[in-house]
Design a binder for this molecule. Structure first.
Ligand code: XMP
Length: 322
């Protein structure tokens, strides 16, 4: 039996031993609880010899890249580069509707961008005289970021595994359960709202936009999703829900505004309760909360005139729509 404090102490000692006095490590962060906890642990162990990379893939939630920078760099003091690669991702995603193709494009582009950035960090002025980056932080504490680009196959879930560049040695943190990651995060001083955050898939909003992905569709979904989550938090329901998000449907429906007929897109709201996401039940909202969310989305988000609520459980549905 071990306590979480002992785990942290041992992990820090182990990381320091692996790295030696000068070893440097890079790792991807997503803003999720897993990679944030892993980055904080690395920072505690080796300070600025750990360098985190956050890739903005153009399909993040509203203001997410900025918030991750604020949290990891400003608040937690982690050495961080945020790379805005949204143009590259969105150009490769243009006209792609197939969900598995979206996942593959995002996974492969992520590897390209991460490798380029790692090379830049290695070659930078700031890196001079500091020795080579030798290690790649892999898989974080629980499968996340790179390893989480999974594919929904007909029968199996295949996870890609990449060792960036094939040159770096893997730095593996111990695999622990999601609840333990959260407890670890709290002990490391990571703020509660982040520790309690719902999971967010690696392919991001690209698998929540059912039609083609482009800047205007991303902007519509970001706004709707942000209103949805804000109202859930205001109602004090966020921690009762395992995962909540908005989905942008590629169909248009008729509506009315003033004297005029509108013909606009539809937002589907999803919220589930689940232990492990292998099965999930749709969440029963108080009606007034749904009413407020619907009214705000249809009034505030240009291009949306209708909101529906998804009452499907998993199985036979999945949590995500794609
Ligand atoms: P499904 O839709 O398979 O989702 O019922 C179960 C959980 O997995 C997440 N999910 C993903 N996470 N990359 C990820 O990192 C993906 O490609 C992916 N697809 C689904 C989903 O958000 C839910 O938490």
């Amino acid at each position: 039996h071990w306590t979480m404090e002992e785990f942290i102490g041992k992990e820090i000692a182990r990381i320091r031993e692996i790295c030696g006095p000068a070893g440097r490590v890079i790792g991807a962060v997503s803003g999720g609880v897993d990679s944030t906890v892993a980055a904080k642990l690395m920072h505690e162990a080796i300070g600025d010899r750990f360098h985190a990379i956050m890739v903005d893939n153009g399909v993040l939630r509203l203001n997410e890249a900025k918030q991750v920078h604020e949290m990891l760099n400003t608040n937690l003091g982690v050495n961080l580069s945020v790379v805005d690669a949204s143009d590259l991702f969105l150009s490769r995603l243009e006209d792609i509707e197939d969900p598995e193709q979206k996942r593959k494009i995002i996974g492969n582009t992520f590897i390209n961008v991460f490798e380029d950035e790692a090379a830049k960090i290695e070659a930078s002025e700031e890196s001079k005289g500091k020795g080579r980056v030798e290690w790649l932080l892999q898989g974080t504490l629980y499968p996340d970021v790179i390893e989480s680009i999974s594919f929904k196959g007909p029968s199996a879930t295949i996870k890609t595994h990449h060792n960036v560049g094939g040159l770096l040695k893997d730095m593996k943190l111990k695999l622990i359960e999601p609840d333990e990651v959260r407890a670890l995060g709290r002990l490391l001083g990571i703020p509660a709202p982040l520790v309690q955050r719902h999971p967010f898939p690696g392919p991001g909003l690209a698998i929540r936009i059912l039609g083609p992905v482009n800047r205007s569709q991303v902007a519509i979904l970001q706004q709707a999703d942000s209103i949805y989550i804000e109202e859930i938090r205001k109602a004090g329901l966020y921690d009762q829900i395992a995962q909540a998000f908005a989905v942008l449907l590629p169909v248009r429906a008729v509506g009315v505004m003033g004297d005029a007929r509108t013909y606009e897109q539809v937002i589907a709201l999803r919220a589930v309760q689940s232990e492990d996401f292998m099965t999930a039940d749709w969440y029963v909202f108080p009606p007034d909360v749904l009413r407020r969310i619907s009214s705000r989305i249809t009034n505030e988000v240009a291009g949306i005139n209708r909101v529906t609520y998804d009452i499907s459980s998993k199985p036979p549905a999945t949590v995500e729509w794609l």
